[in-house]
Design a binder for this molecule. Structure first.
Ligand code: IPE
Ligand code: IPE
Ligand code: MG
Length: 246
């Protein structure tokens, strides 16, 4: 018998899909290294995977997809790598604008876009603006995003509302605080997927992940396929979500 037994096709119940899936798109650098390619080639391959998976998520009928594209910590990387990632993003946004009327995907950005190049900020605003009326799948791109940064910004915005008389600290609820986050109005992720073998959250959706199911796989993001997503969905459906109850 072969050592490499074919894995069975994942069985997914299409009537019990999660509403919101979030993905930490990790492993691009290692994918490139393994092929003797520069890291930017890994990011380019990762961007292709994102296109494939975003389209598939929409076909499956999931309501929300949130992807971690660039963290508040990723600025520590060499300038040429950061530039390559930004260039890929620009290319993707141009394409998205062209195909938006057909795809009807609503796009949103989580993160502080102000350090990005002005034309990139403009593209983000444009994609958000064009697609805001679409009500099919919503894709949230986390860009210069960090969970702690998001929480500190929310705390500051709330404090300002208190100082200016629009809010009262005594009446703050979890729901109201959630309204100060980038994810305001978006339900918490049901399933968070991290490829690449790392088993950590790396500052992703710290508030929103409270009761998310996590799925980790060794597959590197550029190799992540539709079948991998189905496998993650099947694993999710095998979990028992108790939210602290019985
Ligand atoms: C994820 O892949 C992409 C970003 C963080 C922008 P990495 O570039 O982190 O890939 P590895 O983890 O080095 O393999
Ligand atoms: C998380 O991956 C950020 C993104 C995928 C955008 P990292 O590669 O930056 O995370 P660490 O450094 O392994 O924790
Ligand atoms: Mg990484």
């Amino acid at each position: 018998m072969s050592l490499f037994r074919r894995r069975e096709a994942p069985k997914v119940d299409m009537s019990r899909l999660p509403r919101h899936v979030a993905i930490i798109m990790d492993g691009n650098g290692r994918w490139a290294k393994g092929r003797g390619l520069p890291r930017r080639a890994g990011h380019a391959a990762g961007a292709e995977t994102f296109r494939t998976i975003a389209t598939f998520v929409k076909e499956l009928g999931l309501e929300y997809l949130t992807v971690y594209a660039f963290s508040t910590e990723n600025w520590k990387r060499p300038a040429d790598e950061v530039a390559a990632i930004m260039k890929l993003l620009e290319k993707y946004l141009h394409e998205a604008i062209e195909t938006m009327a057909r795809d009807k995907v609503k796009m949103a950005f989580f993160g502080d876009l102000s350090p990005l190049a002005p034309h990139l900020q403009q593209l983000c605003r444009q994609t958000q603006e064009i697609s805001k009326g679409y009500d099919g799948c919503q894709v949230n791109i986390c860009l210069n995003y960090g969970g702690r940064d998001e929480l500190v910004r929310a705390a500051k915005a709330f404090a300002l509302d208190c100082v200016e008389g629009r809010a009262d600290p005594g009446h703050l609820t979890q729901e109201a605080f959630g309204g100060y986050l980038y994810s305001a109005g978006v339900p918490d992720p049901d399933l968070i997927i991290r490829p690449s073998g790392e088993v950590r959250v790396s500052n992703f959706l710290l508030w929103q992940c409270a009761y998310a199911e996590f799925y980790f796989t060794d597959v590197l993001w550029p190799d992540f396929s539709k079948e991998e997503l189905l496998r993650a969905l099947a694993a999710y459906q095998g979990r028992s979500r108790r939210y602290g109850g019985v």
